[in-house]
Design a protein around this ligand. Structure first.
Ligand code: FMN
Length: 243
């Protein structure tokens, strides 16, 4: 296997970091690597807020549901879907811009996710650890106010970056046969059952906290309640009306 594929397959989220700071030039280089990602129609519909003020880091840690590593990591980035910049640029050329289309929400959300994943891989290639923080969508309006996000920009997720102070096991993924389907969609219940057994064994054996659960059971809290039901109204208020 080539080293890039090895790196991709060795990812683990890191939630404990050393005191060592990431050099600023390296952080900027990671963002440049992020910008190398493919982007829908070259629109580059993202902005990244580098949160440097300790007080704001503490506030974000609380807003994300009390996730201490948001404040403790060397650096914390908030990845935003940004439809302000491209629509205003088009407007300046005389375009009669239509805003609030669902497609624009998708384009910006996909663009920022691809960009962030490039940043993550670049960081890991430098020996850094990362953890995505979707928890900022627990309180997206307060996060937007804190970061002074304008309309047509919304915070999609955060990312902690730093030098790892832990060495967690790699979390298994679904059997590739469940994910890779030939020509047409096919049922994958068998593979899910096999994966549930894999995950139960993983949780029982892993270092740093074991539990008696499987993958399907872990999904229950995601789907048996209206998780982050505020997102629809929040997005509409930000100018992503989903027309
Ligand atoms: C968009 C996104 C949001 C996430 N949000 C959080 C979060 O708020 N807190 C956290 O500890 N981990 C978060 N994670 C990390 C996932 O829990 C983790 O990637 C998943 O359990 C797989 O584990 P691994 O990354 O170690 O392979 C998030 C991951 C993604 C992709």
């Amino acid at each position: 296997m080539n080293p890039t594929i090895e790196l991709l397959k060795s990812h683990r989220s890191i939630r404990k970091f050393t005191e060592q700071k990431i050099p600023h030039e390296l952080l900027v280089e990671l963002i440049r690597a992020g910008q190398g990602a493919a982007t829908s129609s070259h629109v580059q519909a993202y902005s990244v807020i580098h949160v440097t003020k300790p007080g704001n880091r503490e506030t974000l840690a609380e807003l994300a549901g009390g996730q201490g590593y948001v404040a403790g990591a060397s650096d914390f980035l908030v990845f935003c879907a940004d439809m302000k910049r491209p629509t205003e640029a088009a407007e300046r050329t005389g375009a009669n811009v239509v805003r609030g289309m669902t497609e624009q929400l998708l384009v910006a959300s996909i663009d920022v996710a691809l960009m962030a994943q490039n940043v993550a891989i670049a960081a890991e290639s430098e020996g850094l650890g990362i953890c995505y923080i979707g928890g900022i969508r627990n309180n997206p309006a307060a996060v937007s106010d804190l970061l002074r996000l304008p309309k047509h920009v919304y915070p999609v997720f955060g990312m902690c970056l730093g030098y790892p102070a832990q060495d967690p096991d790699i979390k298994p993924r679904l059997p590739v046969e469940a994910v890779l389907k030939e020509d047409t969609y096919c049922d994958d219940r068998e593979q899910v059952e096999a994966f549930d057994a894999t995950m139960r064994a993983y949780y029982q054996a892993r270092k740093g906290g074991n539990k008696d659960a499987n993958w399907s059971q872990n999904l229950t809290p995601l789907f048996d309640s209206k998780l982050r039901a505020h997102m629809r109204d929040f997005l509409i208020e930000r100018g992503f009306e989903m027309k």
